[in-house]
Design a protein around this ligand. Structure first.
Ligand code: NAP
Length: 237
């Protein structure tokens, strides 16, 4: 087991859903967390809820992940602030359209590629460079079970997640020699605001975050490459 106490975690998409739950679980385990989100309103709520924790434990920025200069600036600021980045969790993501491929608009696909693939790729490059210098680190990319089994009308999201899945596999091989572990997480359905309607039959935020925290606290001697989890009601695999 690798305790999270005093570890520095860089987390994206911390203003909602799984990312927000992870943020508070990480802080409860006394990690230092640099986190970001896009919505000013939701970030304000997070900053209210976080007040019980020591302010030295966290650093945050609010920006859209389509802005690569902000990604680079955020990584550099978080690194300077805490002096290290032990764990990167690429969690932010979105699904902005449900359409058959014959109806899929390039602008919608482009946006999903930007946020679900290009942004986490930029984080892997920037944080990966720091971790190579440190000669240690853990990168966790929250992908989706759509990388493993496809569904009609979900082509754009699936393509964007499959693209970052492929890049993650190459990255894992490249950085293992630098003592950097790379975990691809493939969740099935989770009951979060990501979904258009509530799904109490899906995994709760706590259940999903518990699985991810359990994985990242696994002994660093263990190279856990892939993690697949889904609710029992999900059988399309
Ligand atoms: N929920 C599921 O069933 C499910 C299943 C498999 C995989 N996943 C994946 O799990 C991850 C977390 O999803 P979730 O269910 O927790 O979704 P969520 O509740 O909608 O949260 C998504 C997070 O990503 C951030 N984000 C989205 N677009 C952004 C942008 N352009 N710039 C900056 N941040 C942006 C959001 O920020 P703001 O809210 O501040 O805009 C939010 O913090 C995603 O990668 C998703 O693809 C989810």
């Amino acid at each position: 087991m690798e305790p999270l106490k005093n570890k520095t975690v860089l987390l994206t998409g911390a203003t909602s859903g799984v990312g927000k739950k992870l943020l508070f679980q990480l802080l409860e385990q006394e990690a230092n967390v640099a986190f970001c989100g896009r919505s000013v309103e939701k970030m304000r709520e997070v900053m209210q809820e976080i007040k019980g924790f020591k302010s030295s434990q966290y650093y945050s920025e609010t920006f859209c992940l389509s802005d690569e200069t902000r990604i680079v600036g955020f990584v550099n600021a978080a690194h300077s602030h805490f002096g290290t980045v032990d764990i990167l969790i690429n969690n932010a993501g979105l699904n902005n359209t449900r359409a058959e491929v014959t109806q899929l608009q390039t602008a919608d696909l482009d946006w999903m590629m930007t946020i679900n693939c290009l942004a986490p790729a930029a984080f892997m490059r920037e944080v990966g460079t720091i971790m190579v210098q440190q000669k240690q680190g853990l990168v966790v990319n929250i992908l989706s079970s759509v990388c493993l089994s496809t569904n009609e009308t979900n082509g754009g999201y699936t393509a964007s997640k499959a693209a970052i899945d492929a890049l993650t596999k190459v990255f894992r091989k490249e950085v293992r020699k630098h003592n950097i572990r790379v975990l691809s997480v493939y969740p099935g359905g989770i009951d979060t605001p990501f979904r258009t309607k509530e799904r109490p039959d899906y995994l709760s935020l706590k259940q999903a975050a518990d699985v991810i925290i359990n994985a990242i606290t696994t002994d660093s001697f263990v190279a856990m490459d892939e993690l697949v989890f889904r609710p029992m009601v999900e059988t399309n695999f």
